[in-house]
Design a protein around this ligand. Structure first.
Ligand code: DCP
Ligand code: MG
Length: 401
């Protein structure tokens, strides 16, 4: 493993599950373990979606006609795909990824980029980040992943593929260009079979050959792709990891058994909601950027109010106090009899009271430059805090056993 001499400008991890569909089939059916497995429709017109690593030495792989693969690897067990199960495992993996970085860019069901810049305090040096990521995936799913870490998406992705299965490859930024140089041009992103032939016709076989070629020559021969390949060959790739930017919300709603007349009662329910939300935020290592309430009245009217927070939080009391202020600002919706000033009447057996909190990445977050690093720093700070309190809890439990 290569050790880095300098601080990395960015730390990008790429994680990709090994023989994803086939590995799940082997996990769920122990009789398939250690055997060549082809996942795909068993019909003669079907194609192989993936092959287990035991089948790959026979030359079979994704997109190959099943009939041909069956001839090349006659001992292979052909298994029909179970897409629901693959989706389920994918969701687990993405959940694991979300514990390692606030910016996770999923590329498919089984692979993602994670921007881990600034996470050294929590996970140590890049190699240790990779080891922890791999073991967290294994613990959560029983499956192996291969992980690459470098300072760019491109190099991280090439790195994750180079020691499959169960690989871990760390390429420090200062070594990245030399590390790429001996690799074939097929490893250049966007260089399909036709482009590879064109590169070969120019006498370019390795990424190092492309790096050494004048960018004007590459542009003249291959257009904008030529410039793109030249940039990649220098191990340059400024593209950021694009995490999910959509607003996520965590909510807690109660359907009440009885009408609630007094605002104090509504507040009690609001408090329960705020506590539940605070717990869930902390468990997900998220902070709320806003709080909202939703009330349903006896007249089936739905009233919502929201407020953007100056300081993001995961504390139940902070969420509750904003919820209470929002509630106090709700005029009586008119369904309560006179004399019960300030009451809100909530419909019997209706969802009645909710506090809703937005977590990181909410569109409400301003997009000024610098926000990304502030948001990321805050995320890792919270994550470390959460980890410490979990550890303290485990220690306390240990002390009592
Ligand atoms: N897949 C598919 N059709 C393809 C390629 C892949 O349906 N042409 C599915 C099956 C794979 C999954 O997507 O299991 C993930 O694709 P990968 O390219 O990551 O391949 P694997 O995870 O199977 O193997 P590897 O260890 O090479 O990543
Ligand atoms: Mg994979």
């Amino acid at each position: 493993m290569i050790r880095s001499k300098r601080v990395w400008p960015r730390i990008v991890a790429h994680a990709d599950m090994d023989a994803f569909y086939a590995a799940i089939e082997q996990l769920d059916d122990p009789t398939l373990r250690g055997r060549p497995v082809l996942v795909g429709a068993p019909s003669h017109r079907g194609v192989v979606l993936t092959a287990s690593y035991e089948a790959r030495p026979y030359g079979v792989g994704s997109a190959m006609p099943m009939a041909r693969a069956g001839r090349m690897c006659p001992d292979a067990v052909i298994v029909s795909p179970r897409f629901d199960r693959y989706q389920e495992v994918s969701a687990t993996i993405m959940e694991v990824f979300s514990k390692f970085s606030p910016d996770v860019e999923a590329l498919s069901l089984d692979e993602a980029f994670l921007d881990m810049t600034g996470s050294e305090q929590l996970f140590g040096e890049p190699e240790s980040m990779g080891r922890q990521l791999k073991s967290a995936i294994r613990d959560a799913t029983g499956l192996t992943a291969s992980v690459g870490l470098s300072a760019t998406k491109y190099v991280a992705k090439v790195a994750s593929a180079c020691r499959k299965p169960d690989g871990l490859t760390v390429v420090p930024p200062e070594d990245a260009k030399a590390w790429l140089a001996p690799l074939p041009v097929s490893r250049l992103w966007g260089a399909g079979p036709k482009t590879q032939i064109r590169l070969h016709n120019l006498g370019l076989y390795t990424i190092g050959d492309v790096a050494r070629t004048d960018v004007r020559v590459l542009s003249a021969k291959l257009g904008s792709a030529g410039r793109h390949f030249h940039t990649l060959a220098q191990a340059e790739d400024p593209r950021p990891v694009i995490g999910r930017r959509s607003s996520k919300s965590i909510g807690s709603e109660h359907t009440l058994d009885q009408d609630v007349h007094a605002k104090a009662d509504v507040k009690r329910h609001l408090h329960l909601s705020a506590e539940a939300i605070g717990r869930r935020l902390r468990r997900k290592n998220c902070v709320a950027f806003g709080v909202g309430i939703k009330l349903k009245t006896a007249g089936f009217q739905i009233i919502t109010r929201q407020h953007r927070l100056n300081e993001p939080t995961d504390f139940a009391e902070a969420i509750y106090s904003v919820g209470v202020r929002l509630l106090d600002n709700v005029d009586d919706p008119g369904s309560v009899p006179p004399g019960r000033d300030g009451c809100i009447r909530l419909g019997r057996k209706r969802r009645a009271c909710a506090a809703r909190a937005l977590w990181h990445g909410a569109p409400a977050t301003p997009s000024r430059s610098g926000d990304r690093s502030t948001r990321r720093a805050l995320w890792y700070e919270r994550r470390a805090l959460c980890q410490r309190s979990q550890q303290a809890g485990r220690n306390a439990l240990g002390a009592h056993t």
